[in-house]
Design a protein around this ligand. Sequence first.
Ligand SMILES: *Cc1c(COP(=O)(O)O)cnc(C)c1O
Length: 217
Amino acid sequence: MGRSPESVRLVVVTKAQSLKVTQAAIEAGAKILGENYPEEGVTKIQSLAKNSAVEWHMIGHVQSRKAELVAQYFNFMHSLDSLKLARRLDGFCQKAGRTLPVLLEFNVGGEGTKGGWPAWEEVRWPELVDNIASVLALKNLEVHGLMTMPPLGETPEFSQPFFQRLRNLQDFLRKQFPDSAWAELSMGTSADYEVAVQEGATLVRVGTAIVGARSYQ
Ligand SMILES: *Cc1c(COP(=O)(O)O)cnc(C)c1O
């Protein structure tokens, strides 16, 4: 399956990396940086964003009380995982006079510890529709697609059915909400980004394979 290089964008995940490593990633040409923790991300944005055109993406679960930081500082959010958080973000975006582009995170593997709307059973996708319609109606959020973090496997191929499920869900949502944008599929990490690209990823989130082991967890 042929994919043109520009159809996949790389998010360099700098969570739990020092300011120095993060700066080195920017100097080496990273265009998009991914952060998991709002405060850590904001500290880096405040010190590094001034002199560069880098985009800062939130990729981790955001607690309600941290929503304002995301609405104020980040360019894009991959990990919108509930209507409650969507409403809070929408309110803070309105206050900040901006719209925030987001992806909806889905749990396609069924693990209790993973965030995202429950989507591991295809027959139950119709139950998600009302909730997602409410997110799409929020004026200050702009939905661009879907994101997932599959269960950890021994091999990259283990992730394949989960990536396929996210792409099938994209087709389902396109049919349900044809007037919304669903083009982006954020999937794949150091462990499985090649499989993710084969399965249609438009954004891959790669940390350790590029910037090395994290300095803390
Ligand atoms: C940490 C993280 C990544 C990157 O993982 P690596 O194994 O370092 O490539 C990608 N996505 C999310 C949501 C993460 O939390």
